[in-house]
Design a binder for this molecule. Structure first.
Ligand code: NAP
Length: 245
């Protein structure tokens, strides 16, 4: 029996309007949590709200986690928070071979997957109870980089370093990350464009588990990291055996 309760807990998910974050929001609402989903695009938040249904426990917030003043204001306005999760990533234009990489696109990956998470910790930690946690999302690219994915691979690795450092500095607050493998979510339009389905099908054949991931697979892993009070500084790999092939 875990010591961390989900029912009634106040949980913020940055990136909760799509993909894994949306899957997690559903899972946590089903378990009775009070959930705030945050992202930059108001329309995406509205359709996520519609998909999640009206539980009376769901809030939405427009937030760009790369903007320090927005992150400061977001946490300045809130009462105690039990858990913070970020699944946010802005990888548009970043999947390129080296000669074609534009620095601006690379910087947006760093901002959304490194500086943004740093800001969430900087301003969010003071709102968290001692039993609270922050969970980030890195990715298998850090371990199995593919051509065109250099920037994302490097940033995922940096984020995992941040997790270990924050787990020490912010203790007893727990800091962890899930590292997903290939999961069929809207992000794939930026990774593979029209080749999305064929690329995912080819990977499914390669993986020991015989399929690519679903948002629910990752939601389940983040749920574990939030709920297990003896886990901190951990990178939880949920990737269908991708690191083995
Ligand atoms: N899907 C995969 O195969 C895969 C594999 C390995 C790792 N990952 C990682 O898993 C995480 C979740 O990915 P996903 O597949 O669920 O992606 P997704 O469906 O594209 O969702 C990304 C979410 O992040 C939000 N977001 C992006 N930039 C933001 C910003 N600056 N501030 C606030 N919110 C922002 C987006 O909303 P707005 O655009 O409205 O802001 C959206 O809600 C990412 O970190 C990704 O790198 C994914």
């Amino acid at each position: 029996m875990t010591d961390i309760r989900i029912e009634g807990a106040e949980i913020t998910i940055v990136g909760g309007s799509s993909g894994m974050g949306l899957g997690l929001a559903q899972r946590l609402l089903d378990e009775g949590a009070r959930v705030t989903i945050a992202g930059r695009n108001e329309k995406k938040l509205a359709s996520a709200r519609e998909a999640l249904g009206d539980h009376g426990r769901l809030r939405t917030a427009v937030l760009d986690l790369t903007r320090e003043e927005e992150v400061a204001a977001f946490f300045g306005d809130r009462g105690p928070v039990d858990h913070i999760v970020s699944t946010a990533a802005d990888i548009e234009g970043a999947y390129q071979l080296l000669p074609d990489i534009e620095l601006g696109a690379a910087q947006r990956v760093v901002e959304s997957k490194f500086y943004g998470p740093l800001l969430l910790a900087k301003y969010g930690a003071s709102c968290l109870r001692p039993s609270g946690s922050i969970t980030y999302t890195s990715g298998v690219a850090a371990y199995r980089p593919a051509a065109r994915g250099t920037v994302v691979a490097a940033v995922n690795a940096a984020l995992e370093g941040l997790v270990r450092a924050l787990a020490v500095e912010l203790a007893p607050i727990r800091i962890n990350a899930v590292s997903p493998g290939w999961v069929d979510t809207p992000i794939w339009r930026f990774v593979a464009g029209d080749a999305r389905q064929a690329t995912l099908e080819a990977m499914a054949k390669r993986l020991p588990v015989g399929r690519v991931g679903r948002s629910e697979d990752i939601a389940d892993a983040i749920r574990f990291l939030i709920g297990n009070g003896f886990t901190t500084g951990t990178i939880l790999h949920v990737e269908g055996g991708h690191r083995l092939v």
